[in-house]
Design a protein. Structure first.
Lengths: 159, 159
């Protein structure tokens, strides 16, 4: 597992590119049918969708697409142990059919866990954009990542 | 639309019951394959899943199940205009195959929008539990809800 990204590799400011990922009408509707069946996510001809300029993806779908892109970009190549939650999600602009979603994850603050010093918390700060460079959403959450060498690591923030 | 829940109906402290909703192995894996393909969400026999006691659902899947239950319970019977984001998600315990998810949404603070006084922001504070009454996750986010009678409504927080 030595080639996997460990806590030590998530240095503050390091960035990971996500996507690009083109989004279809069909997947927007399929997600909405299962998880968020509101008219503006289900039917571009609904009154509610027409008021917002047409069909828009569920905000939770955007979160899922973020996670899929992040797994592909670096999480599945890391010693990730999941996350205790999400500190903030902001949905700024609609994601629409045929939009292309891209993103950047920037490593924010990090610290080694006091109770389990074999792992640490790494802030992943994400900005998602469409093909016009407009920000669609941002997310911030602390991921738990194992250390490669807990014995040989020291970090100011852990003291 | 007069029978739909409007901003006026979301009084502070009002509660809505969500679920119950039984979760299957198949849907946990299907969600993970599409949105969160990490070993502990995909394969109960993986080393990573065995370290956490077996297959666990993606935290984003829990969010989607919350939204599906909330749409069914009250959102699709309301004058909801979506949400600008999520203030906090906490994943406290794993959601596993054959667990039954339930929840309570409590209306927290609310205020009429200053820029668009035909609608307001209503805090939805959610607690999700399993069949043993253990809290699986909590979510807090401000929903945008239209007023039934913007002309006739006054609210201290809007001043």
């Amino acid at each position: 597992m030595s080639h996997m990204l460990a806590y030590e590799d998530f240095t503050v400011g390091r960035q990971f590119q996500l996507g690009p990922r083109r989004v279809t009408t069909e997947e927007i509707i399929a997600f909405a049918e299962e998880f968020d069946p509101q008219p503006f996510h289900l039917d571009g001809d609904s009154e509610q969708a027409r008021q917002t300029g047409g069909l828009i993806a569920s905000g939770w779908h955007i979160c899922g697409l973020f996670m899929a892109m992040a797994c592909e970009a670096f999480i599945n190549n890391s010693l990730s142990d999941g996350a205790p939650g999400v500190e903030e999600v902001r949905w700024m602009k609609p994601l629409r059919p045929r939009d292309t979603l891209s993103g950047v994850v920037t490593v924010g603050e990090r610290r080694v866990s006091r109770s389990r010093p074999s792992r640490g918390f790494v802030q992943f700060e994400t900005n998602l954009t469409n093909q016009s460079g407009e920000t669609i959403a941002s997310l911030r959450y602390p991921a738990m990542v194992r250390l490669r060498n807990p014995e040989n690591f020291s970090d100011d923030a852990a003291s």
